[in-house]
Design a protein around this ligand. Structure first.
Ligand SMILES: Nc1ncnc2c1ncn2[C@@H]1O[C@H](COP(=O)(O)OP(=O)(O)OP(=O)(O)O)[C@@H](O)[C@H]1O
Length: 708
């Protein structure tokens, strides 16, 4: 079988060449681990992301060949039809260039600039090595790290600056209409100045047209900035979730998913009118100043109104905070119950436990409703009080204003303008309570997500990893002990064992004896508490987990399938793969036996978690997935546990041929599978109980011996 890594994107290959040029140890797996490549293909934005991981900074520019100078080389030139080449040297006098065309596989070649110009699209990627400090030069100043959320928002600072400028102008326009009305009452009507009326009306109309356009533009730009941040934030959140170390994975999938979903609150906060309201808030002071200018002491009436609203809003803050905190916690709990129930629905039905879960669900729904009502009541109390206060303020201004008019300290027009302006300046203050509700929801979501973003992830740095060997010598567990996080007792205890390349080994033992854990440790899902695991003499902690996993065909006990087709499931994570390779793997593992009977063949649909397949069928697909890249080591955890004896027989015979030159390590309870191995390791309670040639160990076990 051909390795899937042979068919690659031209840009990815150029990046690999660049890594080599800058002496950065990198491979396809380490560069692309977790990146959203589409069928193994890389585009320019992904190239930049990928280069960044390798410690290179890349820029995508439009530049003609004439403008290029040898000083900026090497550079990646984008060619027609999605091709690319690495330009390493350039001589404008001779009219030649030195390029590496990844597809040709013939290394560097000289081409005429005119020939290159025919293929060149005019776009290039320029790559520079980022400076790397070593341990001898630690940081002297404590500079703040770029925060995943605030740092991303800051990227749109130019847009937010423009939004702020637009807000200043919009808020200046607020005074247009009151001033217009005031002038009409005080100057136009008494003097019957119709011409002035029209001049004022046209002026006000133009001002409002600008106001309209500015408001539209402001809303648009807030949403553009919000969307941009939203895309970046969602991407980094999912990358973090996928990259989490298994040991730091949250215990509850449901509540974890809920916390991730709460990102919606943040999204709403940064994309909605909330930002506009927040920005408008300080401008209340400006409007108050205008009222003071028009009506002098009358300004104390709206100030008193604002104070009442603000004091009430502040007084409900602790209760509001508590209610939102409890609503969000209970929602996470409810979501966890939902996910757990949906995943284990068969078991629940089998035990007729629906009622029990219904009770749990209803209790949680009631709890959420209780806190939700509190939140709503507090918000509504604030908004109703605000509306009441606004009405009182209007009456207050009119009453006080009439006294001032009688004393000739205020004109009629000034009074009307003051009434109109007071409504405008109180409106954003009245939104304080709904704003603080959104703020607490966002804050709570942000805190939960901050915790997720702070969890340790699997390393992606290329500095600390060595190139993973092909596992052609041995796999050694050297005094390995391991305990799962927050668990009493060790799952593996002081275990030392060496498996030579090409050996066929079965690990057997009682349930919970640590067999699967041993395999998980070899896959670097977890790190041994003490001791080391070495492949071909190298400690696996020094290797990239992605590259290591690419070298091993691992099948876990749970046959996990994902929504899509059988083909997609076999090719999962393999990038671009030829159909023949998939078919070969599918045949080998008996997948074609059931897909051939389906009209869509390998395109047969797979429901979520493979719900439309039997256990044995799922196992065959997962085995085909593991064998697709033709790894040197096969690591199987109960590979045929769900197969019937005939399928198992066929699979065993095919595996016997396939695994001939490979290392096979499998755990099994089936004695028939032991036929494939020459060596048996027996584990008990995390310890090595026996290790030796198969027949000798089995015979000793049959005689009840445990010492070898
Ligand atoms: N994800 C986990 N978190 C915490 N403890 C675990 C986890 N997985 C396994 N354990 C514990 O580690 C011990 C070894 O489990 P392991 O799955 O390695 O056993 P096993 O020999 O493969 O068992 P089986 O044959 O039943 O699959 C058990 O006591 C188990 O309770």
């Amino acid at each position: 079988m051909k390795s899937h890594a042979q068919v690659q994107s031209p840009l990815l290959e150029c990046l690999l060449l660049l890594c080599r040029h800058y002496k950065i140890s990198a491979s396809i797996s380490t560069l692309t681990a977790g990146l959203p490549l589409d069928k193994g293909q890389m585009d320019e934005p992904l190239f930049i992301r990928c280069a960044d991981r390798a410690g290179l900074s890349a820029r995508h520019l439009q530049i003609s060949l004439e403008q290029l100078t040898p000083l900026v080389l090497p550079a990646v030139l984008l060619l027609k039809n999605g091709k690319a080449c690495l330009l390493t040297a350039l001589d404008h006098h001779k009219g030649t260039a030195q390029v590496v065309i990844t597809e040709s596989g013939s290394g560097s070649e000289e081409v005429a600039l005119t020939t290159l110009a025919e293929e060149y699209t005019g776009e290039a990627l320029f790559v520079k090595e980022k400076h790397r400090y070593d341990e001898r030069t630690p940081r002297t100043l404590k500079l703040p790290e770029r925060h995943w959320f605030w740092g991303t928002l800051l990227r749109s600072k130019k847009i937010y600056r423009d939004v702020l400028i637009a807000s200043v102008i919009i808020n200046l326009f607020v005074v247009v209409s009151p001033l217009f009305v005031m002038n009409v009452y005080d100057r136009v009507v008494p003097n019957n100045a119709v011409e002035t009326l029209w001049v004022l009306a046209i002026g006000a109309g133009v001002a409002y047209l600008f106001d309209f356009l500015l408001k539209l533009a402001r809303a648009y730009f807030i949403d553009v900035a919000g969307k941009k941040s939203d895309i970046l934030l969602s991407a980094s959140m999912f990358e973090q979730t996928m990259g989490l170390q298994m040991a730091s994975r949250p215990v509850s999938v449901g509540s974890f998913a809920r916390h991730l979903q709460e990102f919606d609150y943040i999204r709403e906060f940064i994309t909605s009118s909330t930002v506009a309201t927040l920005v408008d808030l300080p401008f209340c002071l400006l409007i108050l100043a205008v009222i003071a200018l028009l009506g002098g002491p009358i300004v104390f009436v709206p100030i008193a109104g604002m104070a009442i609203i603000a004091i009430h809003s502040l007084s409900i803050q602790p209760a509001l905070r508590l209610a939102i905190e409890n609503t969000q916690r209970s929602s996470a709990q409810k979501h966890a119950t939902l996910v757990e129930s949906l995943c284990g629905i068969e078991g629940i039905k089998a035990r007729s436990a629906e009622g029990e879960l219904q009770h749990r669900w209803e209790k949680l729904s009631g709890h959420i409703a209780k806190w939700d009502i509190k939140t709503r009541f507090l918000t509504v109390s604030a908004s109703t009080l605000s509306a009441f206060v606004i009405q009182l303020v209007t009456i207050g201004i009119v009453v006080y204003g009439v006294y001032l008019v009688v004393d000739q300290q205020l004109t009629m027009g000034g009074l009307i303008a003051a009434v109109m302006l007071s409504g405008r300046c109180l409106a954003p203050v009245a939104q304080l309570s709904s704003l603080s509700t959104k703020f607490y929801q966002t804050q709570s979501a942000l805190n939960a997500l901050n915790k997720v973003m702070d969890l340790p992830v699997e390393e992606q740095s290329h500095d600390s990893t060595l190139k993973t060997p092909d596992i052609k010598q041995s796999i050694t567990f050297d005094q390995v002990s391991f305990a799962y996080p927050n668990q009493h007792g060790q799952a593996v205890q002081n275990l030392s064992v060496t498996i030579k390349a090409g050996e066929k080994v079965a690990i057997i033992g009682r349930i919970g004896s640590g067999k699967s854990t041993l395999q998980r440790l070899l896959m670097r899902f977890y790190t041994p508490t003490t001791g080391s695991i070495r492949i071909d003499g190298l400690d696996i902690q020094q290797l990239s987990p992605h590259e290591l996993r690419d070298r091993i065909g691992y099948v876990s006990q749970e046959s996990q399938l994902y929504f899509g087709t059988v083909r997609d499931n076999i090719a999962l994570g393999a990038g671009y793969v030829e159909d023949e390779q998939i078919l070969a793997a599918a045949r080998l593992c008996g997948v074609t036996e059931f897909t051939d009977r389906h009209p869509k063949g390998l395109q047969m649909p797979v429901a979520e978690r493979g719900a439309n397949f039997s256990g044995g069928q799922k196992q065959s697909i997962v085995l085909a997935r593991a064998l697709l890249s033709d790894p040197n080591v096969l690591l199987f955890d109960e590979p045929c546990s769900a197969m019937d004896s005939l399928s198992e027989h066929y699979f065993r015979e095919r595996l016997r041929t396939l695994a001939k030159d490979k290392t096979l390590i499998m755990t099994t309870y089936k004695s028939s599978m032991l036929d494939l191995v020459d060596r048996v390791i027996v584990m008990d309670n995390g310890r090595l109980l026996a290790d030796g040639p198969r027949d000798k160990v089995l015979e000793a076990l049959a005689q009840g011996k445990t010492e070898f």
